[in-house]
Design a protein. Sequence first.
Lengths: 198, 198
Amino acid sequence: MVFPEPLARLIRNLARLPGLGEKSATRLALYLLRRPPEEVFELAESLKEMREKVRLCEKCFNFSSGPRCDICQDPERNPRLVCVVEDPAALASVEASGVFRGLYHVLHGLLSPRDGIGPKEIRVSDLLERVRREKIEEVLLALSPTVAGEATASYIAEILKDYPVKVTRLACGVPMGMEIKYADRITMKRALEARQPL
Amino acid sequence: MVFPEPLARLIRNLARLPGLGEKSATRLALYLLRRPPEEVFELAESLKEMREKVRLCEKCFNFSSGPRCDICQDPERNPRLVCVVEDPAALASVEASGVFRGLYHVLHGLLSPRDGIGPKEIRVSDLLERVRREKIEEVLLALSPTVAGEATASYIAEILKDYPVKVTRLACGVPMGMEIKYADRITMKRALEARQPL
């Protein structure tokens, strides 16, 4: 390549990122070369800081910059209600609704025997431990209505039967903005079964 | 946002990059969070190094990590033949052919009166200066056959008339792999006019 080594090195590193090939890595590097140095240094610094400081909350396994995440530390939250999510992105989605005021438990995965992901590969035993210790009254399973999500929800509901805790899940139905004619059969079946008074 | 500040900061910075919105910036940040720290530190370091070290070659204005770029310093190159390109990416494309053994001159732009880019905004006077001082015998205009590229080539050819230098340009024709039926009229006209013995 004809680019000087510091530029070639950056392009090699950028090209390794998902969704970036060599062409888009080159375009991005050339863009950064035209930006003010402080802006590029800020990006570099934030990469470093993120990887150094972000870890998992020791209680709910959400991302955190300290031992406990902000949500677990919030005294306004109801610690008896725990919402189980697949990963921090799903947690962000539940939070974005603005209506959930309990705590979370992040599994970091869903059961998928085909991929060798069993209960030990996701944080299920930590959940049982919390149910035992934290006097949790309700476990809300906010798992995707997919094969893996349903399997994981069934598995957790099954083992929680032995505990004095209420297990709930998100309502399944036709999403906002979707035209009824495009709803699949199973979504429609669930939406009908869970129909609500207006 | 529910992400801890170091992660949110990185997402904000990534989302500013061209072609990345908040969603893809989040996906990228979460990907980097799962990578080994050394890999992320290497990316951060290469960003910093690139912006600190890469500058323009004082002779041809190609990217360089020292005062002169590798090409200008190569004693095997013919210093009497100078290829004029729009930007370093175009230079890379000419170099990739492996057949050009002269030096370059990078304009860093093309004339575009509509966008307020006149001769003073691109490195034309530096080119004249080089033609005067470096005993250049041939100036090869490797500019894109676009409106701006053609305008820039005509402008440079015009002012170089007063200098004892040969001005050439890249052949325009049907590109390799293109089906003839898809060639536009002007490309076909040029390809016919410049037809060559087989």
